[in-house]
Design a protein around this ligand. Sequence first.
Ligand code: ADP
Length: 226
Amino acid sequence: MADRRNEPVAVIGLGRFGVALALELVKHGTEVLAVDNDPQEAQRLSGQLPHVVAADATDLEALTQLGINEFGRAVVAIGADIEASILVTSMLAEIGVPDIWAKAQTAQHATILARVGAHHVVTPEHDMGERIAHLLSGHLLDYIEVDDNYAMAKTFPPHDVAGVPLRDSKVRSRYGVTVVGVKSHAPPPGQLSEFTHASGDTVLMSGDVILVVGKVAAVERFAAAD
Ligand code: ADP
């Protein structure tokens, strides 16, 4: 796959999602062309984003004039207007943008976006709802499902894995999870409290914050253990 890390990105639709995305990209040094059909919105954002244009992205001529066909990456961040989101995505595919990301409101919307040419479809509201459901258990400080049924979580170690080197704790065979990172709650004097890689020699203390990976049920069971 081509390395597109430094290529400019066209962000189309400057609602909450599109603006957050564009600002984060700019913050990390990526050139962004931000497009919204609401001139007031475009005007309002021109102080925060270097290249904001008011244009209707369902207009192929407008897209071409903006040079979107030259972009290696584009994100369709139009949400509520599903018709416009589908139209814009299909036009970006037609003009040959090689890496198209699109935001979907529903599962059906996601299916259509993929059919009309989106290479990646994201469903932030749905994904965030699922994530919060896991966080609501109260045992997890953070949670991300990195693949179907495989998750990474930030949590505390149960008592029975604390106080001994990880290799002796049998955490993997007993719980089915791997501890990959640890942030000590009481770092040695002069050292920052930050995450470091966990190894077989790492001794966890209760109160440390750890990162674990494993199957969803295993991660949940581990986090709920005392
Ligand atoms: P969010 O849920 O992220 O706030 P919205 O769907 O509310 O997303 O906002 C999407 C943005 O997309 C709005 O600012 C709207 O003006 C813009 N938009 C809608 N249709 C078009 C279009 N055809 N061309 C460009 N921008 C559009």
